[in-house]
Write a protein that binds this ligand. Structure first.
Ligand code: NAD
Length: 450
């Protein structure tokens, strides 16, 4: 909703509680995150007070982000930062710039970050932030001002030792560079560790760009070993063609030797989603070359190159071995779960919260093996952690060292979750929650919080 007050344009994406819910959509992301947690808390017979502490964030910040537009007008956006839990270390989690960004989405994402950091066993907690904005509508200088004002509004509550943001949907390494610079100016000392996902050469880590997508692929490789599947003969279809999905597509082909037949994206000019397919395998490097910084593929150029272009949902019904939802929440829901082909054996959740609990129940009955989001896409935060360590040392590692350590962390995390799932006879998602809750509760107990 947009309105004008005394010549100031306001975007009310985060203003009231009513507006912060996932209005008109299938599910509220925070309710989904809480229901996943509640189920396992009950199964573990977790103390009621500990459970109530963990099902809500410890701290939430909501603030205005007023910026001067290039035409001289003032425009006000709404921003937030949510710190879910920092018992294991500083909060960690991305900043999302998206028109549908809301406090409830941020709460859900912050909570999932707590579990994610615990599952890969890195000494960090969970946080997340955002602004309700469509960054593709802003000029470069407007985006820079948005990033700098966001930091101005929250800098006293973030920092290398308390809360470290990173990129997410709609934010880029360049934006992280501007944010780090603003924080450094405000604090008066060079503080690269305040934010991760920065460009290499400005405090960023080699391997961070591809980390989440490659992590997705390492967990698929381990799942295939468990399911006795031949990775080199396997096929995949992916939702999204942004940071996570591009590198998942590259890794699926280059690391596993498999074939990606479809990818999809949101076309911000057409305001619709499209799926791009090639039966003999897409060329992710070619598609990357015709994709903008928001992950929108140039439809005309893709058609000219022989890609079949279909409606956005088509990626979901492809006859493939692996589906990789790597765009947004609640994409596989009770209304769309029936479109999933019988051939699909693995759903690798590159995105956060892409499958609703109802859809998961339907697909588990069909013997689909889920790699839950908090495990599957944990590669990004793992290398963000490595980035923070390198910032602290002011010494930078080679890409191969980072990638090898990432593979080791993700493989170990996958095995802990799989082992817990087999041992307890529970789903991999429930097993990932058991591993995470156990580690977070232990830290809270050691610190005397509970
Ligand atoms: P991004 O902005 O780089 O890319 C998002 C992609 O999804 C774009 O290609 C966009 O066009 C596409 N998309 C959006 N809506 C769509 C729709 N309805 N149908 C098809 N495609 C659609 O974002 P990203 O960083 O790749 O993040 C994607 C997901 O992965 C998010 O859930 C994010 O929270 C999660 N994630 C990201 C990271 C990271 O390191 N970037 C780490 C962990 C999890």
């Amino acid at each position: 909703m947009r309105c004008y007050i005394a010549g100031v344009r306001h975007h009310f994406g985060l203003l009231t509680d009513q507006e912060t819910t996932y209005k008109g959509d299938i599910v509220n992301a925070f309710e989904m995150a809480q229901s996943e947690f509640d189920k396992v808390a009950e199964y573990l017979n977790l103390d009621k007070n500990i459970a109530s502490l963990l099902r809500w964030p410890l701290r939430e910040f909501r603030f205005q982000v007023p910026i001067r537009m290039d035409d001289g007008s003032l425009q006000v956006f709404f921003g937030n930062r949510v710190q879910h839990n920092d018992s294991r270390g500083p909060c960690k989690g991305g900043i999302r710039f998206h028109p549908k960004e809301s406090l409830d989405v941020t709460r859900a994402l912050a909570m999932w970050m707590t579990w994610k950091c615990a599952i890969v066993d890195i000494p960090l907690g969970g946080g997340k932030g955002g602004v309700a904005v469509d960054p593709s509508m802003l000029s470069t200088s407007e985006k820079e001002r948005l990033c700098r004002v966001w930091v101005n509004q929250i800098w006293k509550n973030i920092g290398p030792r308390n809360d470290v943001p990173a990129p997410d949907v709609g934010t880029t390494p360049q934006m992280m560079g501007w944010m780090m610079d603003e924080y450094t100016k405000l604090t008066g000392s060079y503080n690269p560790g305040v934010i991760t996902g920065k460009p290499v050469g400005a405090g960023g880590s080699a391997g961070r760009t591809e980390a989440t997508g490659f992590g997705v692929v390492y967990t698929i490789r381990e799942s295939m070993k468990h399911l006795n599947m031949d990775a080199s003969q396997s096929t995949a279809s992916i939702q999204g063609f942004g940071n996570v999905s591009q590198h998942a597509a590259i890794g699926f082909a280059d690391i596993l030797g498999g074939k990606v037949v479809s990818v999809s994206c949101w076309d911000h000019k057409a305001k619709d989603a499209f799926t791009y397919s090639k039966a003999d395998g897409i060329d992710p490097h070619f598609l990357q070359g015709i994709t903008d910084i928001y992950g929108t593929i140039d439809r005309e150029k893709a058609s000219e190159a022989g890609y079949q272009v279909e409606h956005g949902d088509a990626w979901l019904s492809k006859d493939v071995d692996v589906l990789i939802p790597a765009a947004l929440e609640a994409q596989i829901n009770k209304d769309t779960a029936g479109q999933v082909s019988k051939k699909v054996r693995i759903i690798a959740e590159g995105a956060n919260g892409p499958t609703t609990p109802e859809a998961e129940a339907i697909l588990l009955k069909k013997d689909v093996f889920f790699i839950p989001d908090c495990l599957c896409n944990a590669g990004g935060v793992t290398v963000s952690y490595f980035e923070g360590v390198q910032n602290d040392m002011n010494y930078y590692w080679k890409r191969e060292e980072v990638i090898d350590l990432l593979d080791e962390k993700l493989t170990n995390a996958f095995n802990s979750v799989l082992q817990k799932s087999l041992e307890r006879g529970v789903s991999t998602r429930d097993a990932s929650y058991i591993v995470a809750i156990d580690r977070v509760v232990n830290a809270m107990q050691f610190r005397g919080w509970v």
